[in-house]
Design a protein. Structure first.
Length: 151
C-alpha cells in the first residue's frame, strides 16, 4: 500500500468515526417504551473496529514519515512540519496585512484617523513568499506520498 493510500484511508476512518458518533448520539437515549433508530451496541462495535484500524494506519504513517528521506538532510516528517508551520506563518502574516490595510472612511475632520503600524506591502511580499514555499513543499510531499510504500 502506498503512503498516499494510507492517508486517504485514515481520512475516511476519521469521517466514518464522526458519522458513527452522531448516529450513536441519536440512538443513545430514547423515550421509555420507544426503540432507538439504530442498535447502539452494533454501532459501538463498529466504532471499535474503526478505532483499531485508525491506530494501525496512524502508526504506520508516522513510522513511514520518520523513515522516509525527503532530501539529503531531512525526513518526510521534517518536511511536513515545515509545511505546517509555513502555512501557519502565512495565515498569521496575511491576517496582519489585512488588519493594517483595512480602510476607515472619515466623514469629518473631527473623526479619528487610523494609520498602519506595519508595512502592508512588505508583509504581503512575505505572505506571497510563504505561500509559494508552502505550495512547493506540499507538491513535493504529495509526490513522495504516491511513490513511497507504507512501512
Amino acid at each position: 500500500m502506498k503512503l498516499a493510500e494510507a492517508l486517504a484511508e485514515r481520512s475516511d476512518c476519521q469521517v466514518r468515526i464522526e458519522d458513527l458518533k452522531k448516529r450513536l448520539a441519536r440512538s443513545a437515549r430514547v423515550q421509555e417504551g420507544e426503540q432507538p433508530a439504530e442498535d447502539s451496541a452494533s454501532l459501538l462495535l463498529e466504532s471499535e473496529k474503526l478505532f483499531a484500524r485508525l491506530l494501525e494506519l496512524i502508526s504506520a504513517i508516522n513510522r513511514t514519515n520518520s523513515r522516509t528521506a525527503f532530501d539529503k538532510e531531512t525526513t518526510l516528517s521534517d518536511a511536513i512540519a515545515d509545511r505546517d508551520v509555513t502555512g501557519k506563518r502565512r495565515d498569521f502574516l496575511a491576517a496582519i496585512a489585512e488588519a493594517a490595510s483595512t480602510r476607515q472612511d472619515r466623514y469629518s475632520k473631527s473623526e479619528v484617523k487610523f494609520v498602519a503600524t506595519v508595512s502592508v506591502s512588505e508583509t504581503q511580499k512575505q505572505v506571497d513568499q510563504l505561500a509559494k514555499h508552502y505550495r512547493e513543499l506540499d507538491t513535493a510531499i504529495q509526490e513522495l506520498n504516491w511513490k513511497t510504500e507504507l512501512v
